[in-house]
Design a protein around this ligand. Structure first.
Ligand code: SF4
Length: 355
């Protein structure tokens, strides 16, 4: 299907410096019950979030399991059809296309430009395919490369990702976790993407290997002017790689700021609690006794609380918090926060020497 006028336009809202803008994105999954599978409710995995990613930056999306960060990434990749909202993608030629409106055929060219690196380097690689087939598959399908030409391109990708091309006929089981993740990165880069969604890309790796993969991602970003949406639950990892960090809680964005600003000067109580649990490199600087233990359970996304979703667990909550939803608002210097009392609260960040 040809892209519709509404899907493709020069949007006055997106800035030329932004490669992607998400507006009011919602992803609700139906809950069905009974013989007739009637819909009796919805899980609000993503509940109306808006943010933009600048070209060449790394924006990290952080939050506990089930907060909607992976679902957000999958909506951007259109692995899911969003319930509502816009996903405005700025093409090479400056035109802006709303990915949320496109059907499968119209999405095809954008699937080359927006790729994903998966969390688990063990399950994301087909054990029956060798490295040449894994990395070369998309080149064969999309660019028709075969034989020597394909091998040379795969060899180049492997070298760029710190792997030896001689091993391209080996199968995934012959590689360590870090090497498998490098294979996954080579596969993601095969079609020269512009935007890479890295879904917990280093979470399954040992700490030492994790640092190597993060360094590789940074090198590749510089080399190919890549933009990353980095999804993680661990604030200690995202600090190293991110230009900006967005914090999610039960399907909503609660805070977004430049990395240093967010770590030093958090304005949302949930961010403060997440920061208090970041491990300190020096045991003498341990925050033992100072870590914030959140009371209660994460809210049920099928029956979220009224007002601020965080209010049942927030130690600063007041009456207004259960009555009105705090909007995500700019409090200056590109620092966005969804808390009624952001300016009044004196929250604890993590100074640089303690990280
Ligand atoms: Fe806490 Fe109220 Fe702010 Fe929500 S709006 S984070 S409940 S103080």
């Amino acid at each position: 299907m040809a892209e519709t006028y509404q899907a493709l336009q020069s949007s006055p809202r997106t800035s030329p410096t932004e490669i992607l803008e998400v507006n009011g994105l919602k992803m609700y999954f139906p809950i069905r019950k009974g013989f007739l599978r009637r819909v009796i409710g919805h899980i609000r995995a993503v509940d109306g979030i808006s943010f933009a990613i600048r070209t060449g930056e790394t924006l990290s999306l952080v939050g506990e399991s089930g907060c909607g960060k992976t679902t957000t990434g999958r909506c951007i990749l259109r692995a899911y059809d969003p319930t509502a909202g816009e996903i405005l993608y700025r093409r090479h030629d400056g035109q802006v296309v709303d990915l949320a409106q496109l059907d499968r055929a119209a999405l095809r060219p954008y699937r080359r430009e927006i790729r994903m690196i998966f969390q688990d380097p063990y399950s994301s690689l087909n054990p029956r395919m060798n490295v040449l087939d894994i990395v070369g598959e998309s080149l064969r399908v999309n660019e028709g490369l075969r034989g020597r030409e394909l091998e040379e391109r795969v060899a180049q990708l492997l070298r760029q990702c710190g792997l030896r091309p001689e091993y391209m006929r080996r199968y995934p089981h012959a590689f360590s976790g870090g090497e498998r993740q490098r294979i996954g990165i080579a596969r993601a880069l095969a079609l020269n993407p512009r935007l890479v969604v890295c879904d917990e890309g280093v979470s399954a790796l040992d700490v030492s290997v994790r640092a190597q993969i993060l360094n590789l991602l940074q090198d590749l970003q510089e080399q190919f002017n890549l933009t990353y949406l980095f999804i993680a639950h661990d604030l200690s990892v995202v600090e190293y790689i991110s230009d900006r960090v967005a914090v999610m809680y039960v399907g909503r964005l609660v805070e977004l700021a430049a990395t240093e600003e967010l770590y030093l000067n958090p304005k949302h109580p949930y961010t403060e609690a997440l920061l208090s649990s970041v491990p300190k490199p020096d045991p003498r600087l341990s925050s033992r006794g100072q870590g914030i233990v959140l009371e209660g359970e994460v809210a049920d996304p099928s029956r979220p609380p009224s007002g601020c979703y965080f209010h049942p667990r927030c130690r600063y909550a007041q009456a207004l918090c259960s009555q009105e939803t705090p909007p995500l608002r700019d409090i200056g210097n590109g620092h966005y926060v969804a808390c009624h009392f952001a300016e009044q609260l004196n929250l604890r960040g993590v100074p640089g020497e303690r990280r």
